[in-house]
Design a binder for this molecule. Structure first.
Ligand SMILES: C[S@@+](CC[C@H](N)C(=O)[O-])C[C@H]1O[C@@H](n2cnc3c(N)ncnc32)[C@H](O)[C@@H]1O
Length: 207
């Protein structure tokens, strides 16, 4: 049986081959630093970033088709050629698809915390993921992580402390380079409910 591929949404990136690593330049025509928003939801964060930084490229990665379609529609309406959306599983994207040393910043914002102990092994952040991440980040590239879940934050901190290549750095103060960092939909919701948001930033020293 021959599978007929789903046509791409405007602004969606459909890899020609899901079984080999992309080559740099395949994603965007404009050569610019690449930022990845992993688990981008309906894309509000990636859209705000793409608007704010037209001289950077943004790849939003999300597995749910409805959210992918919504992000593509909003990116097209806003006329943002520097934002593309990839419908794919987050771990697979980092481990097998993104070109090595291609990503200047990877944002992982409010991923599923898998709170039950028997589900902890499903958490995205683990040694294998961090090893793959250090390969796709450029030397000096950033990993930015936010969660409202204290347990997942502690878990992520412990896993990162064991990483050979990723080293904690300060998120910076209100006037720093991340002062314009947009709030995601989930963040706005959590803050409105009075929850605390944990954040960490790590820099890739591999290279
Ligand atoms: C809690 S939401 C956060 C969305 C967005 N980052 C925000 O802060 O508003 C998590 C998102 O990650 C997506 N997601 C969860 N697991 C994923 C996976 N393994 N691969 C890709 N996307 C995933 C979900 O569909 C959901 O849209």
């Amino acid at each position: 049986m021959k599978l007929i591929p789903r046509p791409a949404e405007p602004g969606e990136f459909l890899p020609e081959n899901y079984f080999c690593r992309l080559s740099p330049g395949e994603l965007f025509t404009q050569e610019a630093p690449l930022e990845v928003d992993l688990g981008s939801g309906d894309g509000s964060f990636a859209l705000a970033m793409a608007r704010q930084f037209p001289d950077r490229n943004f790849l939003a990665v999300e597995r749910l088709l409805g959210r992918v379609r919504k992000t593509c529609k909003r990116a097209t309406e806003a006329g943002l050629p520097n934002l593309r959306v990839l419908r794919l599983e987050a771990r697979y994207t980092v481990e097998w698809l993104l070109p090595h040393a291609s990503v200047s910043r990877l944002h992982l914002l409010f991923p599923d915390p898998w709170p039950k102990a028997r589900h902890h092994r499903r958490r995205l952040i683990n040694a294998e993921f961090l090893c793959a991440l250090s390969k796709v980040l450029v030397p000096g590239g950033d990993f930015l992580f936010k969660t409202d879940h204290e347990g997942y934050f502690a878990w992520a901190t412990d896993e990162l402390a064991l990483s050979e290549h990723l080293h904690f750095i300060s998120w910076g103060d209100e006037s720093g380079e991340l002062s314009e960092y947009p709030r995601t939909d989930f963040e706005a919701q959590w803050l409105a409910e009075g929850r605390f948001v944990h954040k960490l930033r790590a820099q890739n020293l591999a290279g």
